[in-house]
Design a protein around this ligand. Structure first.
Ligand code: BES
Ligand code: MG
Ligand code: ZN
Length: 498
């Protein structure tokens, strides 16, 4: 689907579907919608609104044929909800729903009004960005393993054009489209990786995905090297699998001197069987999603290589598979981390924090200013927050606060959870410096506390996306399945600091 801006009038453009909008409660629409209403002899105000009772509630849709009164074949009216509730996130949501509706109408060419422009002080550029983000996120499907594709092919949308009458505006609208496109493609890149089954999305597959991103440096460390470097926690986790682990280090350097340096680390367990502490079948079923953090990092790095922010960004993934093979690490094993701390393995299913601990220390050695890790880390976080918000923790409040704000702007939600000194008590081992699990309660917090031990004195934040990485039913602009959780939030954080 190609997205572009076109200067002209809504009543002059020819396309399969022309998208206009209506705020809730408006009886006599103005602007572009009003112009279309007039061209249709008042059909929208006197029939759709008056007789059919179309209210303009958020995501409410109405399709009507134009019978040749304007060149567009059909008009799709999208409800924007109450003007007082409106914000840029609503544009993204409506835009996604519009694309799905247009697909169901078998539309190939769509022309649309720029939702939100001119209302509530929203800038055209941002409105266009949200519209593009929503359209691309809404247009996503993963059908590469379906053998019957003909019907779907028919539903492919060729073009989406934003129609703007004012000749001075297309420049800004174009900028917004470009940014939105890059961000949404980052989200979809992550969703594709998570949708891949674990038999395909191996650590080597993630390494190849990283190497395929143009415009960044990428280094892959093999098992022997990470072992030699002292990453005893990470290396141990991958030992029970026949799949070779891959430690992935991507680096983006800005064109001019970097304003700051940040590291983004993603949990990259390509399948989490639990290891020797094997998961029961129901808990294991979806564990191909345990690389969602790394998928987010790859999506972010792809977008960063195109957005070219003024910040140096390291994308780090300690990828491996957690399996119960004959060389698997065992409960009770004592491992040595790269920062020197020893860890007693209490449970081989608490593997993510082990891989992340060495990755976080590796990031500390890269001389970065800030470290952000993103991980499907604990079932406890999912129990606490469900799928509507990811948990965020940190060894300071600034970074979590900024990330919470950036998430909100991206249409995501982060909710801060506390890390208290007392949590460390739970991680005391009788024979080593730490053990990898605490008690049954507050599992997201003991996991966060474990990671904190490896961040040294760097500014660090940890995002637990166990509940948000995958959704079982449609949610706003997202279809069920992988969500690309964290991609938009972290990209907004990066763009805000540029
Ligand atoms: N990958 C899981 C966490 C998870 C659960 C992610 C559900 C996505 C959905 C993680 O490795 C894990 O197994 N955590 C254990 C930790 C426990 C053994 C301390 C958990 O949450 O039960
Ligand atoms: Mg586990
Ligand atoms: Zn896991």
């Amino acid at each position: 689907m190609e997205i572009k801006v076109k200067q002209g009038s809504l009543t002059d453009v020819s396309c399969d579907v022309l998208v206009i909008n209506l705020f809730e409660g408006v009886k006599n629409p103005g602007g572009g919608t009003g112009a279309v209403d007039k061209a249709l002899n008042g059909l929208i105000s006197s029939y759709v609104i008056e007789k059919e009772g179309f209210k303009g509630k958020l995501n409410e849709m109405y399709v009507l044929p134009t019978h040749g009164k304007i060149p567009a074949d059909k008009v799709l009216i999208a409800g924007l909800g109450k003007p007082g509730d409106f914000n840029p996130n609503k544009i993204r949501e409506v835009s996604s729903k519009v694309i799905k509706k247009a697909k169901s109408l078998k539309a190939k060419t769509i022309c649309t009004i720029l939702h939100g422009a001119g209302s509530a002080g929203l800038e055209d550029e941002n409105c266009a960005r949200m519209l593009a983000e929503g359209a691309i996120i809404g247009n996503y499907s993963f059908d590469k393993y379906k053998t019957k594709k003909d019907e779907d092919k028919e539903k492919e949308i060729r073009s989406l054009e934003i129609i703007e009458i004012d000749a001075s505006k297309p420049g800004n609208i174009n900028k917004g489209i470009e940014t939105g496109k890059i961000i949404a493609q980052g989200v979809n890149f992550a969703r594709n990786l998570v949708n891949e089954p674990a038999c395909t999305a191996t650590p080597s597959f993630l390494a190849r995905a990283a190497l395929s991103i143009e415009g960044i440096e990428c280094k892959i460390l093999e098992r022997e090297e990470t072992e030699k470097m002292g990453m005893g926690l990470y290396t141990a986790v991958g030992k029970g699998s026949a799949e070779p682990p891959k430690f992935i280090h991507m680096k983006y350097l800005p064109p001019a001197k970097a304003r700051k340096k940040i590291a983004i680390i993603g949990k990259g367990i390509t399948f989490d069987s639990g290891g020797l502490d094997l998961k029961p079948p129901a808990s294991m079923r979806m564990m191909k999603e345990d690389m969602s953090g790394s998928a987010a990092v790859l999506g972010i790095m792809q977008a960063v290589s195109r957005l070219k922010p003024g910040i140096e960004i390291h994308g780090i993934i300690a990828a491996c598979e957690n399996m119960p093979g004959s060389r698997a690490y065992r409960p009770g094993d004592v491992l040595k981390s790269m920062n020197g701390k020893t860890v007693e393995v209490d449970n081989t299913d608490a593997e993510g924090r082990l891989t992340l601990a060495d990755a976080i220390h590796y990031a500390v050695l890269q001389d970065v200013d800030e470290i952000i890790d993103i991980a499907t880390l604990t079932g406890a976080c999912m129990v606490a927050l469900g799928s509507l918000a990811a948990g965020i923790m940190g060894n300071n409040d600034d970074l979590p606060d900024d990330l919470i704000e950036s998430a909100e702007k991206g249409g995501e939600r982060f909710w801060q959870l506390p890390l208290y000194e007392e949590h460390k008590e739970e991680l005391k081992s009788d024979i080593a410096d730490l053990k990898n699990c605490g008690s049954r309660y507050g599992g997201a917090l003991t996991a966060g506390t474990f990671l904190k031990e490896f961040a040294g004195n760097k500014k660090w934040a940890h995002i637990d996306i166990a509940g948000t990485a995958w959704i079982d039913k449609e949610l706003k602009e997202l279809a069920k399945g992988p969500t690309g959780s964290g991609v938009r939030a972290i990209l907004n954080y990066i763009l805000a600091g540029t």
